[in-house]
Ligand binder design. Sequence first.
Ligand code: GLN
Length: 229
Amino acid sequence: GGDGGDGDDNQIVAGTAPGFRPFEMNEDGELVGFDVDHLEAVVDETDYELTSWEEFEFDTLIQALNNGNIDVIAAAMTINDERREQIAFTDPYYSADQSVLVQTGGGFQPSDLDDLAGRTVGAQSGTTGEGIIEDEVEDPDYRSYENYVYAVEELEQGRIEAIVIDQPVAESFEANREVEIAFTFETGEEYGLGVRQDADDLREALNEGIAAVQESGEYEEITRKWFDE
Ligand code: GLN
């Protein structure tokens, strides 16, 4: 920037954290998923141009945004007050609850968070699932992972006893891996796109894009594509 041109200001870079099927994952070396299709559709409704996607560990996305490495986070990120101290969110675009995953046939069948007391429980670093383990499970032996994929591998091997994770992603792991949902509990989380706190124009444009994509029926199409496989 700084050259007085009027093209650069409207170019934006998106950041996400793959390994969170069906929202974002690598397939044959390509980044795909609900968030990818959704953000691209949303930006298409605006005067902005999405030039590239960058991949990060989930717990470094906010820093990458505030450093200026990216301009928008599209990573199934739950809107909450703690994050609002550091970034701004668009209007919500998806609602989710949390599930507890256990090893298929592993014998441990918890039915509520109390049953996780004292157990080895994993989550991805920086997630709301991690916050629930820290705040609502008594004396957990908490194991933090850079990515939920690693946590699921440990659970399949019986090296940890449970994982707390967003329900839609838990369903995907249940369908594809040797893990199963023990129970789901309501958190009423809502995902938003993250932008810098001073990016009012971008945030407003994205909000209009989110609404337009919902009204046009494109949102439903993208949902069907990634959730009814
Ligand atoms: N929705 C959860 C959160 O915001 C998990 C997101 C993720 O792991 N990509 O913490």
